[in-house]
Design a protein around this ligand. Structure first.
Ligand code: BGC
Length: 551
């Protein structure tokens, strides 16, 4: 009997979970994924040509980093038109083809919604800038300076320097949290809300299944424009004072917008992922909304700030988000965060460590968001010389801050020239190890990182405890091994992750958690483990991962 396709499955399962709670999401950077017309730049038809691969891997939904028309000051995160596709990436028709083909493969497509600011080339800003009395003037944030040549207050841009840019023609300053060519929208103006909400409706109609909401924390600024307090006398990588960002971030009004945006998403059976950088769990909890009515999937970036293999730190973080009342969303890297291979690798066991980390975020209770290339162990390929840097952040911050090019290099498809990404030299150089770290080669090797990912994805789609089970921490004092159970009805899956470089003989403390210690069947392991394992003592190789089910 044929299984119903995922899109035909009922909206909510018997545990009340919706499709996105069981889905595996995959972020791809369109400029670097696959180049269909051999101009060195990835594009939308390139993405379409790889849907089969993504289905094979077990991906349920893709989030495409911005593909809208853009001058690319910030590689797409500066949108000049929300209703089209950048010519570098193709056409609207290409987008429609992608949506149609993705539907056939049961893969949902999410776009990146850059709603906090636009490009200065966007016609809205061009109009706003044209005169103080233009009806769109108030769509952006304009202020008089404190005095000649002095910005309205001390707020700094994330990418260095004042967050205000002077416009001599109108003798006022406009606000930009990011680069000067990325003016912030004024969300206090209802017209802004109406127009941006319409953008989402338009794309939902075309078949988009949701959005990743960019930079929501800086959507609003203090209505009185008060100075941020300066902390100490140290300067950051850009030479600016370090500020406590209490007036340019996390203003309470943003939650109203998120609730209203969620309502529209719900009406369209769509889902919202949040770029929700937070410093504590209470902040993260707010993004779910008091009644779980804001962002469905606020990403837990605190998880990504754990940069060492520390069971204690991971345990603490998992416990927080798992107990937050919202559905956890786990991420390890993305287009702004260095790759797993570099962050956790010890230079000797990197492949093992890549499998170890995969076993962590893909077996937890929650939704994982993968980043393209992690499944083949791609590493950061950082620029070596300032003249090679493409990311303006790296240009401004060199040499202290080299920018994010390293984690955005072309996907490595095969061992041919340019890793099969393009017939010509790509916009960013291909990683040095592409001849052995590529999809083609790893597909053929049963022990590859890629095949390990594929097995993990398949397991989490089919194993009831991994799909529905609660998370129970085990051996909470162990400094080397992170262990937990996932329990659903009569099923118990155990996950044992050795985060140390030596063999660990783990005695799982199941009794204190009321788990009966019958022998367990190995479901998946990153080393040669016996089929049946005595849970009284499980041997786990250095940086090894073992997943088993109690019989
Ligand atoms: C994106 C970054 C981008 C920044 C400013 C972030 O939220 O993820 O890649 O540089 O917005 O545009």
């Amino acid at each position: 009997m044929a299984l119903p396709s995922r899109s035909q499955q009922t909206a909510v399962d018997k545990e009340g979970h919706q499709w996105w709670q069981h889905a595996v999401f995959y972020e791809l950077y369109p400029r670097s994924f696959a180049d269909s017309n051999n101009d060195g730049i990835g594009d939308i038809p390139g993405v379409t040509s790889k849907l089969e691969y993504l289905r094979w891997l077990g991906v349920d939904a893709i989030w495409i980093a911005p593909m809208f028309p853009s001058p690319h000051v910030d590689w797409g995160y500066d949108v000049s038109d929300y209703y089209n596709v950048d010519p570098d990436y193709g056409t609207l028709q290409n987008m429609d083809e992608l949506l149609a083909k993705a539907k056939q493969q049961d893969i949902r497509v999410l776009l990146d919604f850059v709603l906090t600011y636009t490009s200065d080339q966007n016609k809205w800003f061009q109009e706003a800038k044209s005169s103080r009395s233009n009806p769109k003037r108030d769509w952006y944030i304009w202020r008089d300076g404190k005095g000649p040549g002095q910005p309205p207050n001390n707020w700094t841009s994330l990418f260095g320097g004042s967050a205000w840019k002077f416009d001599p023609a109108s003798d006022q300053w406009y606000y930009h949290y990011f680069y000067p060519p990325q003016p912030n929208l004024n969300w206090r103006n209802p017209e802004v809300e109406k127009n941006l909400f319409d953008v989402t409706r338009w794309w939902y109609k075309r078949g988009v299944a949701g959005f990743r909401l960019d930079a929501v924390d800086v959507m609003y600024v203090d209505s009185q424009f008060r100075d941020n307090p300066v902390v100490g006398t140290d300067k950051n990588a850009f030479g600016d004072p370090v500020e406590r960002e209490i007036y340019d971030k996390n203003q309470p009004e943003l939650h109203g917008v998120l609730r209203r945006l969620r309502k529209i998403a719900d009406e369209n059976n769509a889902v919202l992922i949040g770029e929700t950088w937070t410093s504590d769990i209470d902040q993260l909890r707010k993004y779910y909304g008091e009644h779980n009515d804001e962002v469905n999937m606020p990403m837990d970036f605190m998880f990504t700030t754990i940069n060492k293999l520390s069971p204690a730190d991971f345990r603490k973080q998992i416990q927080w988000v798992d107990g937050s009342g919202g559905w956890p969303v786990y991420v390890l890297s993305n287009h702004d965060i260095r790759r797993v291979y570099d962050r956790y690798g010890d230079g000797q066991h990197n492949d093992q460590i890549a499998k170890l980390m995969a076993s962590l975020y893909l077996t937890l209770r929650g939704t994982p968001v993968m980043y393209y290339g992690e499944e083949i162990g791609m590493e950061n390929n950082d620029p070596k010389r300032p003249e090679d840097v493409k990311d303006s952040m790296g240009k401004a911050g060199w040499p202290k801050e080299k920018g994010r090019d390293g984690e955005r290099t072309p996907m490595q498809w095969n061992a041919k020239a340019n890793a099969g990404f393009s017939a010509v030299a790509p916009w960013l150089p291909v990683g040095a190890r592409y001849k052995s770290y590529n999809v083609d080669i790893q597909k053929k090797d049963p022990n590859s990182i890629l095949n390990y990912y594929r097995l993990l994805l398949s397991l989490r789609h089919t194993n009831a405890a991994l799909l529905e089970g609660k998370y129970i921490a085990l051996n909470e004092d162990d400094p080397n091994v992170l262990a937990y159970a996932r329990i659903y009805q009569t099923k118990t899956v155990l996950v044992v992750l050795n985060m140390s470089g030596v063999l660990q003989k783990v005695r799982l403390d199941l009794a204190s958690k009321d788990i009966h210690a019958h022998p367990a069947k190995t479901l998946l392991s990153s080393f040669a483990a016996p089929k049946q394992v005595d849970v009284d003592e499980i041997s786990v190789e250095p940086f090894g991962a073992w997943v088993g089910e109690i019989q």
